[in-house]
Design a protein around this ligand. Structure first.
Ligand SMILES: [Zn+2]
Length: 264
């Protein structure tokens, strides 16, 4: 589900976020995407099927083409996303998994993990914290890519919970050995994520050129037929206009905008 407020607005900022993490502003260029990270793993955590494509599809394709292994974690099953009176939630959930797998293939994602929480009911629970921490420990990402939870007033609560819990799992749950003793018993080691990119930020500080991968982003988005099947032309036009606007910040055709946090 798309954000409802101007998600690509904002400027550069740098602010301390406690002793262990801080945000670091980069110039509005691809410098943030330096080659030292170019083959490290990435874990994408998305609230609903299609959110990651909407907010960061061009970047995911770009990173996959660089040789980075991308794993996509889908928190909810998207089973409320239809106004068709003939549709049922179980049927829709099944359709959306098929669509998500297709889209993930277009993005260059290696693996999709479905957590299958009901749409519109994602909560900050022990279960969700454990599930996302587990995926961080299994896939040992250098970079976690998720949605920015910091959106006041009108927002989708699933988006908030997904972003907020993912940040909490990056620090401290997946990093601390004692957070989930059951993981130790299974042989899962704590893992320290190095950086977080968040799409949908009201205060982005990192802008990536996705001109070369924008076609693949749209292709991936179009695979979510239950969501974009009707009115795709308008959706495509809206998407082009939005990311062209972001591209102007870099002097390129299309760019995506993120809030980036370096974890120390
Ligand atoms: Zn959504």
């Amino acid at each position: 589900m798309e954000q409802t407020q101007g998600q690509e607005q904002g400027g550069t900022t740098a602010s301390k976020q406690g002793a262990d993490t801080q945000t670091q502003a980069y110039p509005n260029t691809d410098a943030a995407d330096d080659m030292s990270r170019s083959t490290t793993p990435v874990l994408v955590v998305t609230p609903h099927p299609d959110d990651a494509e909407t907010g960061a599809g061009g970047t995911i394709v770009k990173w996959a083409k660089q040789g980075r292994k991308i794993v996509l974690v889908v928190c909810t099953n998207g089973d409320k996303g239809s106004s068709d009176p003939e549709m049922t939630s179980p049927k829709l959930a099944a359709i959306r998994e098929v669509e998500q797998r297709e889209a993930a293939k277009v993005l260059g994602v290696s693996e999709v993990v479905f957590l299958r929480h009901p749409d519109q009911r994602l909560s900050d629970t022990y279960e969700l914290r454990e599930q996302i921490s587990r995926q961080i420990k299994i896939h040992t990402p250098h970079t976690v890519l998720t949605i920015d939870p910091n959106r006041p007033y009108i927002r989708h609560e699933d988006h908030y919970v997904c972003g907020r819990v993912t940040l909490n799992c990056v620090f401290p749950y997946a990093r601390d050995r004692m957070a989930f003793p059951e993981h130790n018993e299974e042989g899962l080691q704590p893992h320290k994520v190095r950086e977080v990119y968040m799409w949908g930020s009201l205060d982005p500080d990192t802008f990536l050129d996705v001109t070369d991968t924008f076609g693949a982003k749209l292709d991936a988005l179009s695979r979510h037929r239950s969501q974009v099947g009707q009115g795709w032309e308008q959706r495509e036009a809206r998407s082009r206009a939005r990311y062209e606007e972001v591209g102007k910040r870099l002097g390129v055709t299309y760019a995506e905008a993120f809030k980036r946090i370096e974890v120390f």
